[in-house]
Design a protein around this ligand. Sequence first.
Ligand code: NAP
Ligand code: MG
Length: 496
Amino acid sequence: MAPVERDLDAAAFLACKQGLLINGERVSAASGETFVTLNPSNGEPLADVASAGAADVDRAVRSSRRAFESGVWRTKMTPRDRVNALLRLCTLLEEKREEMAQLEALDGGKPVSNARNDDLPISTNYLRYSATMADKIVGETRPVSVPNVLSYTVREPVGVCGAIIPWNYPLMMAVWKVGPALAAGNSLVLKPAEQTPLTALRLGELALEAGIPPGVLNVIPGIGEVAGAALALHPDVDKIAFTGSTSVGQEIVRAASGNLKRVSLELGGKSPHIIFADGDVSTAIDHASAGIFYNQGQDCTAGSRVFVERSAYDQVASGIVGRARAMRIGDTMDLATEQGPLITAEHRERVASFVDEAASDGLDVIAGGSRVAGHGFFYEPTVLGPISNLARIAQEEIFGPVVVLIPFDGEDDAVLQSNQSRYGLAAGFWTRDLNRALRVASRLRAGRIWINGWGYGDATTPFGGFKMSGWGRENGREVFDMYTEVKNVWMRFYDS
Ligand code: NAP
Ligand code: MG
């Protein structure tokens, strides 16, 4: 045991009344309702949080609309002013790194060392990229076949945006929306997941401290079917950005149709991780293990289907089983912990039910497969194999530390089976053959491909899915297409 020294600011924040953040103030919900956010390591309540209802969503949207129409952020502040304000927010996040990391670990069940060394610096880097793009969102002149005319494009903010995010990377998912939305001059109403509202609220407070005007970023925790649904439906929201499950994504699309608000979706995955026998198999085993067990497998790009060329199967299976059994499971506030709990008791039951059903269907569970006794929502890193890609456990997104091993024979078989999925978020493979690398990269149907490594990402690279994994791309310069409208202006001039 190596318990982390508790951060006093995190403790002070937890002791505060957790109101909604609307128009620069922390306020109660109109109904007075609250919900409890838990610490998944022990199942105990962490904080009571105001629960936004439709009236609160409306209030937040009105506040964001006023901020947008007043031009307080998008015209009265220059693009360079917006760069500077967002960079100040990055500096504050750096200063508050320990506070934010501990809140993230306590609320979301991730090992504090991961929150400190990954979530905080990575989120800050993403935000910094967006900040520095605020004065680089440009239009063009167009060569038109009309005399005496200047025709040009400008990229203008969409207006009032809504963002609905999940609990697996609470702060990172927040900045993936907040950064580009605000950099482009929009106002944003952010609905964090009910399991992890704390760092989003703190981010909203820090944004005010950084000089981002009230109303530009409102944060309204609440229940998805209530607050999220009201935001997706709201007629004065111009765009909705959603990250979460595919089924809720479909509901968002239906709700958004009322005023045809713009929609971007980052949804689920069942990403194939292919190990060809000509690849660096021992390194592939490390990456395949981290690729599914990191963040307890609660990752949209988790490499949850590991395809192994038959001649390397036994080596890979015993390697991944060894890694699964060696993981140190424990309290998130223990610095030695490698794997924390799942987010909720219900989610653990859902994960367990996939494995239990597979086991009762006669599929081989070769590591893990059990809940860990105690108060938290822990579940063992679990490996099944060899199994068929058509088994339910190989087709449904589990969103937990559960990997299936699927043997294959040759490149065509690997590609065919990998693409046999309704999802297309990420895919990766290992080979030393350059021709194969380029061939397979072009044949895999996914928005992100990794060759000889797994899990890389950067603020500069576009991220999003093919097929039912979503609409649009976050990060990279592509994200600014999703937070701007293109306006084309024609101006005629006179001959002298
Ligand atoms: P979820 O149930 O879809 O929830 C995501 C967000 O939507 C939460 O804020 C949730 O609120 C809200 N929500 C729920 N029902 C809603 C409704 N009817 N209308 C509007 N909003 C609603 O997903 P989750 O279980 O939290 O997260 C896991 C899923 O997210 C996985 O499927 C995973 O693949 C996906 N994910 C994708 C990415 C990506 O980048 N592609 C990243 C992370 C996660 P509540 O918290 O109150 O339920
Ligand atoms: Mg929580």
